[in-house]
Design a protein. Structure first.
Length: 163
C-alpha cells in the first residue's frame, strides 16, 4: 500500500483521494481549535499561501482525542477555522489518530515515520511532510512551529521543479 492508495472524507462527506495529490508536497497535520497550539493554524495558512502555487498542499485533520480540544462538528469545523484563523487549506472529517479507530492515513504515517513515542501521536498539531513521489519524508513534533518547516518544504518542492 502507498500513500496514494489512501482516502478520507471532507467535513461535508465528499471523498478526498490522496492520489489527487500525486506530484505535490503534502503537509498533514492533526488539528484542534481549542488547544494552546491552535495559533499554529495561522502559520500553516501562511505556508499554504506562500507555497501552494509551487505544489504544497496543507491538509488539516481535525481530531478531538486530546482533552476534547476540537469539539466542533464536521459541519462547523471549517467555518470556525476560516473565521478564527483565516484557514483556506482543506480540512477533513474529524478522525482519531490513536487507538482502535485510528484513521488508515494515520496508521500508515505512524508506521512509516514513528516518533518519540513510537507509533503514538503525542498531541495536536503533529505534522507529516509527504514528498511529491508519495513517500513520507519527515515527521515533526506538535511544538515545531510551521515556519520551522519551511526549509524541509523547500527541499521537497525542489523535486517537483527538477523533475
Amino acid at each position: 500500500m502507498s500513500f496514494y492508495d489512501l482516502s478520507i472524507y471532507d467535513p461535508a462527506g465528499n471523498p478526498i483521494n490522496m492520489s489527487d495529490f500525486n506530484g505535490k508536497a503534502v503537509l498533514i497535520v492533526n488539528t484542534a481549535t481549542k488547544c494552546g497550539l491552535t495559533p499554529q493554524f495561522d502559520g500553516l495558512e501562511s505556508l499554504y499561501q506562500k507555497y501552494k502555487d509551487q505544489g504544497l498542499i496543507v491538509l488539516g485533520f481535525p481530531c478531538n482525542q486530546f482533552l476534547s480540544q476540537s469539539p466542533e462538528s464536521n459541519e462547523t469545523v471549517v467555518e470556525v477555522c476560516r473565521i478564527n484563523h483565516g484557514v483556506t487549506f482543506p480540512l477533513t472529517e474529524k478522525i482519531d489518530v490513536n487507538g482502535a479507530d485510528t484513521h488508515p492515513i494515520f496508521v500508515y504515517l505512524k508506521k512509516k515515520l514513528g516518533g518519540m513515542l513510537g507509533s503514538t501521536i503525542k498531541w495536536n498539531f503533529t505534522k507529516f511532510l509527504i514528498a511529491p513521489d508519495g513517500k513520507p519524508y519527515k515527521r515533526f513534533s506538535p511544538k515545531t512551529e510551521p515556519e520551522d518547516l519551511e526549509a524541509d518544504i523547500i527541499e521537497v518542492l525542489k523535486s517537483i521543479h527538477n523533475a
